[in-house]
Design a protein around this ligand. Structure first.
Ligand SMILES: Nc1ncnc2c1ncn2[C@@H]1O[C@H](COP(=O)(O)OP(=O)(O)OP(=O)(O)O)[C@@H](O)[C@H]1O
Ligand SMILES: [Mg+2]
Length: 648
């Protein structure tokens, strides 16, 4: 049985309207162990015929039997398997991969055949030695002479066995001496049992072969045998391995190749990553800032510790009529205070005015409050005492000031001496009985506002003459539902006033509002960050498309030596994922740097990272790699080997 059997092969190119018939009705039988040269003028169809013989190209019609098996009509991966098993290609321009060492170039076909890494290297080194290239294993093709490069490519052709060596003008780019050396090697390989098919337009080189086939305008015009067919010597077989490690090995190889591609284009890879880095860093930072500020606010609310309901006149904040609504009274507060769920209650009224002590005069707000105010508001003392029920009942002229006021009015006086001194508010003397600690439960940074508290009775009766109060704040028991309590308060006051001319707020709902607001903000800014991630992803896709175009020749070569479509897909997909993943990791790193700077300069609250957001960010960048890398990778995998090889 013939090793290769072509019958009625035709190969046409171009659209039906403009068909070029390159090969017409080729019938050819090639036996094992033969040494054939195909000659003919330029354009006679030698390369086209060679590509069909080597399963790189499919004929338009006709049959092509390899070892008695039909090759025409097989899918790309089956053809790739055939090429791996049977053929070794030697190209005119060597087609070595510039980024790989001689050893790795030679070993390349065995990757796709599933040979282990150590075995591959050993075999590649053996082959290089046989081709007199000892010591050049680590050289890149660029540092080798033309003759040496062609010998590396011969070694590569032999890597998987190379039962049939297809050499298309292997000496075309070489000087005559190196050319003769290549011919000697081919003769030697023939003697060892390899079937050699050599394409040349040089009759002198064709004379090395045992049989010469001449093509003209796509037809065989002569077929002459110079030497009889020698009985074939059996060749050593290199078996494909599909062990357990096969897939992980292939994956590791794809990974290595991708890494190499990224490293060999450092700047480009970095710029591509930049989009992802910025996107991920902004997502992670924004989430951390949102979480940090939310935690801060919630912890401040928690410091109040209690659940409070406040009643204000008017319909809501900013109601212009609230100043004229004068229905909220002390009696309302007293009535509310009788409710079983109310633990503490304080009416509140306030007035602005001048505060003076000796020659210092300041402007501040005096709050008239009940004795329970301090526990409702969670205020703490630095020194002295808060006023009590008696103070309120008897309109005592006492005042509690905050630390800011103390610093302003008594700059150099120690705290104990401040207590008992009399200050004037709107010219009324008030005795200082207490100083509060630095307040922690106001929202936002301490504004430096002066805060003073006197019994509301004192304020209303002696200073303002008001009959109404501005706020009632009730501390309610933890055990009651704050919403139900709020409803009861509303019902009670509505019945007292005859109409609902007030509104209530409870600290629970404030808490919820804050959580919801910061949540919405985080979501909003994250959405913007996600858009930037998508833009980054498009950048990655763009670069991957460029990379595929740039490396079309490499893809063609890999396919020629037996890479499956999945191998190519994997390689480019992994490259995209690696870029995005690295971008994601750098992005998280960048946001950590941002956080360090932020926490250094902004003392109000700290950026808080959540593991979820970091994991999500890294996962997200991987997904972007898969999504935006897929199309370019699939494009690469779908290239036809012969088109990819010729398109450089
Ligand atoms: N993909 C293609 N599309 C259209 N025409 C093609 C294609 N490939 C080859 N041809 C045509 O087929 C003819 C034969 O090309 P081929 O490459 O086989 O010639 P060749 O004998 O190898 O020539 P050379 O000695 O110059 O390498 C040429 O006329 C070429 O223009
Ligand atoms: Mg050619």
């Amino acid at each position: 049985m013939a090793l290769l059997e072509l019958s009625n092969i035709t190969r046409d190119f171009g659209p039906p309207s403009n068909r070029i018939h390159v090969l017409r009705d080729i019938n050819l039988s090639i036996d094992q162990g033969d040494f054939i040269s195909i000659i003919g003028q330029s354009g006679s169809g030698k390369t086209t015929l060679m590509n069909i013989l080597g399963c790189l190209d499919a004929p338009t019609s006709g049959s092509c039997l390899i070892d008695g098996e039909e090759a025409a009509g097989r899918d790309p991966d089956q053809l790739a398997a055939l090429r791996r098993r049977k053929f070794g290609f030697i190209f005119q321009r060597y087609n070595l991969l510039g980024t790989l060492s001689a050893r790795d170039n030679v070993a390349l076909p065995a990757i796709y055949a599933g040979l282990k890494r150590s075995q591959r290297s050993r075999r590649a080194e053996d082959l290089l030695k046989q081709l007199a290239l000892t010591g050049k294993e680590n050289n890149r093709p660029g540092t080798l002479s033309g003759g040496q490069q062609q010998r590396v490519s011969i070694a590569r052709a032999l890597m998987n066995g190379g039962e049939i060596i297809l050499a298309d003008e292997p000496t075309g780019a070489l000087d005559s001496e190196s050319g003769l050396m290549v011919m000697d090697i081919l003769t030697e390989l023939h003697a060892k049992g390899h079937t050699i098919i050599l394409v040349t337009h040089d009759r002198k080189l064709a004379a090395f072969a045992s049989r010469t086939i001449e093509l003209k305008d796509g037809e065989i015009i002569s077929d002459t045998r110079r030497l009889p067919l020698s009985t074939p010597t059996p060749l050593e077989r290199v078996e494909e391995k599909h062990g357990i490690t096969f897939y992980s090995d292939q994956l590791a190889e794809s990974f290595r190749m991708s890494l190499q591609a990224i490293i060999s284009h450092k700047l480009r890879s970095l710029l591509t990553m930049l989009g992802i880095i910025i996107g991920i860093a902004s997502v992670v930072s924004v989430v951390a800032i949102g979480k940090g500020s939310q935690e801060k606010i919630l912890s401040r609310i928690k410091e109040i510790g209690t659940n409070t309901i406040s009643v204000y006149p008017g319909k809501s904040w900013g109601d212009s009529r609230s100043g004229r609504i004068r229905t909220l009274t002390i009696n309302d507060a007293k009535a509310l205070g009788k409710q079983p769920f109310v633990l503490n209650i304080t009416p509140q009224t306030s007035t602005n005015g001048n505060i003076s002590y000796r020659n210092i005069t300041l402007t501040g707000q005096l709050n008239g409050v009940g004795e329970q105010f301090f526990s409702v508001d969670g205020l703490e003392l630095e020194g002295g005492r808060f006023f009590n029920e008696t103070d309120v009942k008897e309109d005592n002229q006492v005042i509690v000031i905050d630390n800011n006021t103390r610093k302003e009015l008594f700059p150099d006086m120690p705290l104990p001496q401040v207590l008992g001194r009399t200050i004037l508010f709107k010219k009324r003397p008030l005795v200082i009985i207490g100083v509060t600690a630095e307040s922690t439960n106001t929202f936002g940074p301490d504004s430096g506002q002066l805060r003073l508290w006197a019994p509301y009775t004192t304020v209303m009766h002696q200073i303002t003459g008001d009959k109404v109060i501005s706020t009632i704040t009730a501390e309610i028991a933890d055990t009651v539902n704050s919403q139900a309590a709020e409803e009861t308060v509303t019902r009670l006051l509505t019945s007292r006033h005859g109409t609902q001319d007030f509104f209530t707020m409870n600290s629970d709902s404030i808490k919820e509002t804050i959580t919801a607001t910061t949540g919405t903000m985080t979501l909003l800014i994250s959405a913007i960050a996600v858009i930037s991630l998508i833009v980054g992803g498009i950048g990655v896709m763009n670069i991957m498309l460029v990379s595929v175009t740039e490396r079309t020749g490499e893809i063609g070569l890999r396919m020629a030596i037996g890479a499956r479509q999945s191998n190519i897909l994997q390689q480019f997909l992994i490259e995209a994922i690696l870029i995005c993943l690295a971008g994601g990791i750098f992005g998280v790193g960048l946001s950590v740097v941002i956080a360090l700077l932020f926490n250094h300069f902004v003392t109000d609250f700290a950026m808080t990272f959540s593991t979820t957001s970091i994991v999500a960010a890294v996962l997200c960048s991987t997904v972007i790699g898969v999504i935006f890398g897929f199309v370019p990778a699939r494009n690469a995998a779908r290239l036809s080997p012969i088109e990819a090889l010729t398109q450089k």
